[in-house]
Structures are given as structure tokens and as C-alpha cells.
Design a protein around this ligand. Structure first.
Ligand code: PXP
Length: 237
């Protein structure tokens, strides 16, 4: 049964639209915990388009579940992470003009910056997860880099409209989860998951954590934030 990590970035996106204090991602995180989620996720982007440094500090102090900081391996952000000490850091590629994280990391290029980030974060007792496409080559390289965990990118599965490509993407996720687990990696998954497509991914036995943001924020407009989180907790279980 996977844990649900609720991503509160888009609560901050809405706040930033007017520059005031509301809606407050910290409030959303505390309510999500009360509604039964097992972790809170936020992404401190280099351009600070949604989550701000102060949000991260307050989240660290106030949440009682697990804090998963999504981040690029930019030296300034790595420094902040080592100071704030989230329970987990998920390293993602970050492009300035993207709407959201668009793909997994490509470890084949062998980035010294990435290797240094994995090392520094691990030394600071932060569990390091790498966000990867479900590709066996990438998983092996993640193990070699010393990551404890991988998050499988579910975007191809979530975006597939027709049944055949969706089945193929799901099969790829299942295979990758098995391969990662047998390499000794903890397995998470996320991106584009919603109330309709989450169940088959939640049923993959090796997947221990699902990280979901946008769908919950969108559902909250219809049923309220607490109810939207509760519904997702129920589906994930
Ligand atoms: N996991 C990772 C690594 C992400 O970058 C994102 C997007 O911030 C998510 C999960 C959540 O994706 P979504 O908002 O589509 O649920």
C-alpha cells in the first residue's frame, strides 16, 4: 500500500497570482496531514515561481509527516536543502520556461553537479530520490550514483489517451518498479496522476509512495481541499 505525498506547489501558485498571504500552502499541508496523507511535497524552484524560502522553513517546522523537497541540483538550492533538512530530496530536471517538470533526469550524461548533489544531501542525512523515466538503464545509473530511491515519471502513462499506449506505459512502469526494487532502490511514482488513473499505479507492489499535486488542487475547487485529499488517500489505499 503506497504512501500518499501531497504536493502543495499549486496552492502557492494561486497565492503568488495576487501576492498576498492566501491561500497558504502551509495551511494546505497541515489540513492534508489531518486528512490522512503520509507526506508533503514542495518544489523550491530556482525562479521561486510558487513555493518561497519562508514556506519551506515553516513547513519543516510544522508538518508532522515526511517532508519531500523537490529540487534541481543547483548549488544554491542544495545549500538550502542541507540547512533545512527535509526528510527526502527528489532531484528533478528544471527548465526555466517549462510549465511543470517535463521529463525525468537523464543520468547517461554523467553530470558531476548531480553526483555532488547526491553526495552532499546524503551526507546531510537526507534521503535522495531521483526522478526518472521508467528506463532500466537510468535505474542502474541511479544505483551507481548512490541514490536511495527513485521516483518513476508517470507522465507518459497519464497522458496516453488511447488504451494500447496506456497499457504499454503501465507495463513499462511495472517492469521499471520491479527492476528498481531488485537493485535495492525504494520506489516512488508520480506526475499527472489523478482520480481516474491512479489505481493501476497504486497497485504496483513495489511502489511505496505516490506524489500527487495538480489533480488534488483541481478537485478541491469542487469538493473542498480536505475532501479532495481524503478521496485520494482512499484511492491510493
Ligand atoms: N513528482 C514530481 C517529481 C514532480 O515534479 C511533480 C510535479 O511537481 C509531481 C510528482 C506531481 O505532479 P502533478 O502535479 O501532476 O500531480
Amino acid at each position: 500500500m503506497p504512501r500518499l505525498g501531497v504536493n502543495v506547489d499549486h496552492v502557492a501558485t494561486l497565492r503568488q497570482a495576487r501576492g498576498g498571504p492566501r491561500p497558504d500552502p502551509v495551511w494546505a499541508a497541515l489540513e492534508a496531514e489531518a486528512a490522512g496523507c503520509e507526506g508533503i511535497v514542495c518544489h523550491l524552484r530556482e525562479d521561486r515561481r510558487h513555493i518561497q524560502d519562508a514556506d519551506l522553513l515553516i513547513l519543516r517546522r510544522r508538518i508532522r509527516t515526511s517532508l519531500n523537497l523537490e529540487m534541481a541540483c543547483h548549488p544554491e538550492i542544495v545549500r538550502i536543502a542541507c540547512r533545512v533538512k527535509p526528510d527526502q530530496a527528489t532531484l528533478v530536471p528544471e527548465r526555466r520556461r517549462e510549465l511543470t517538470t517535463e521529463g525525468g533526469l537523464d543520468l547517461r550524461a554523467g553530470s558531476p553537479r548531480l553526483a555532488a548533489a547526491v553526495h552532499r544531501l546524503t551526507k546531510a542525512s537526507i534521503r535522495v530520490s531521483l526522478f526518472l523515466d521508467p528506463d532500466p538503464v537510468q535505474l542502474k545509473l541511479a544505483r551507481e550514483l548512490g541514490a536511495a530511491m527513485v521516483e518513476l515519471h508517470t507522465g507518459a502513462y497519464a497522458n496516453a489517451r488511447a488504451s494500447a499506449p496506456r497499457k504499454r506505459s503501465l507495463a513499462r512502469l511495472k517492469e521499471a518498479a520491479r527492476a528498481a526494487h531488485s537493485l535495492g532502490l525504494i520506489v516512488a511514482a508520480g506526475h499527472g496522476l489523478d482520480y481516474e488513473n491512479v489505481r493501476p499505479v497504486a497497485e504496483i507492489p513495489e511502489v511505496e509512495e505516490l506524489n500527487i499535486g495538480f489533480a488534488i488542487v483541481a478537485r478541491a475547487l469542487e469538493v473542498g481541499w480536505t475532501q479532495a485529499v481524503r478521496e485520494m488517500v482512499r484511492l491510493v489505499r
